[in-house]
Design a protein around this ligand. Sequence first.
Ligand SMILES: *[C@@H]1O[C@H](CO)[C@@H](O)[C@H](O)[C@H]1NC(C)=O
Length: 289
Amino acid sequence: MTPRRPARSSLFSLFSALLFLQSTLVSAQDTFDCHLTIDSLKYDLTSLSGEHTISRTRETPPTSWLDKATFNLCDNLKIQDGVAAGDQCPDGTRACLTKTNTKGSNSDRVVAVIPLAQSAALKPEYSSLSSSKGISLVLHGSPYPIAAEPIPQSFNLTLLCSQEASEPKFISYDGVQLKVEWSAPAGCSESQQPPKDDESKGPGDGGKEEESVGSGIGWFFLVLLIAFGAYFGLGAYYNYSTYGARGLDLIPHRDFWREVPYMLRDVVSHLCSTVRPRRSSRSGGYIAV
Ligand SMILES: *[C@@H]1O[C@H](CO)[C@@H](O)[C@H](O)[C@H]1NC(C)=O
């Protein structure tokens, strides 16, 4: 008789391997790495990465206001040396708005520090613009107490497709969302970029295929995992309700699953002995049936 224990533990490790695989597939989709696909058009925003600062001033005599936003689409902002921790956004911020008030020759006073987009709350939303070529990208941050109730903040970039890059522009901030407009080649999809004549076909097609294969594998594992879960769940329920089974007896087709690792081992050793040169298999490589 072969020992029984290994069968169970390898079933468990198969299960946890599947779960791990699925969770890495899901979490890989959450992160925003500056590559987007909208309606099967691919956009690469990495050329816009790095920290950019935009601002606007408003005169409210006798003081004036400076609203300054710093953002990096592809990475967190760096913590600035020489700026008090309370006067800058915390670590993990991708877009930060500071409001500074100046009165005459008195020193500036930072009156608000608002994290507009934070990696932990990013939930990127993107779509292509309806009016012109380009995309709209919205990144999210946590709530800020701008009114009586804290309001979730966001950073809304309108990225226009243009052959020439310009500087980003501060459009508006209404206490909830900062609107930024920017014209750059990155606003054009990859297939629109080099020669503009043909949009549907071009170098982008190969990449598109690759992408769909990748997500196809993700779906395959998801469906496999759900099927496994349903099989064990329903099987356990059946064993429980029909036979009143408990504990490990709940596993459906338990005897079969016990044998699986041994069957796999047999298959592997059979393959090995086939591949191995004759001479070594003669010296004791036969499998007892
Ligand atoms: C982002 O800004 C654009 C242009 O103002 C607007 O049409 C769009 O609704 C905004 N998106 C979100 C999610 O607020």
